[in-house]
Every structure is written in structure tokens, then in C-alpha cells.
Design a protein around this ligand. Structure first.
Ligand SMILES: [Zn+2]
Length: 96
């Protein structure tokens, strides 16, 4: 799992979080000043927007590496049939 650097909007501390978590609606506390950072696509904070952009890129690269093919953007989750015919759901949010 790849990590993305995030700069706190308040104390400017740089910390890291999993790219799989940094999605629209996610929030977490700064480990230094404990301010809660909200991650939204339309965030007014350039630090947050930058982190989300990196996370999106990291997830995209991870998917492309694992699946060896390009997924359609904005599609959440991928459905694929196993050899037994069962439909398996794999989310991009899965932990490693
Ligand atoms: Zn902070």
C-alpha cells in the first residue's frame, strides 16, 4: 500500500496516510496539533487538494499494476468473475 504525504493546514507538520483512505469525505487528526483535517475534492486548502490528488494518482497506479489494464475512471469497485464463475467484488478501498 502506498502512502501519501499530507501537510497540516494549521501547524504545517508533514505526516503520511494511506492512499486508499484519502478520499472525498475522509477526515483525520493531525498527529502534532490534533486539528481535524477534512478531505474533500472541493477543499479550499491547497495542501488537502494536493494530498488527494496524490492519493488518487497512487490508487490509479496501484490498480493498473495489479490488474494490468486501465480501469475506467470514477468507477468505484471492479467486478470480475473467478474461474469458478463466482462474482468477486474488489474495492479500491481495501486494506492491504
Ligand atoms: Zn497540525
Amino acid at each position: 500500500m502506498s502512502f501519501v504525504q499530507i501537510q497540516c493546514t494549521r501547524c504545517k507538520t508533514v505526516f503520511r496516510d494511506r492512499a486508499g483512505r484519502l478520499q472525498d469525505g475522509y477526515s483525520r487528526q493531525c498527529p502534532s496539533c490534533e486539528v481535524v483535517l477534512f478531505f474533500a475534492e472541493d477543499s479550499p486548502n491547497p495542501q488537502v487538494k494536493q494530498a488527494m490528488k496524490r492519493a488518487r494518482q497512487a490508487r490509479k497506479e496501484r490498480r493498473e499494476t495489479e490488474m494490468a489494464r486501465v480501469s475506467a475512471p470514477q468507477v468505484r469497485g471492479n467486478f470480475s468473475r473467478t474461474q469458478t464463475g463466482r462474482i468477486q467484488h474488489s474495492s479500491e478501498d481495501e486494506e492491504d
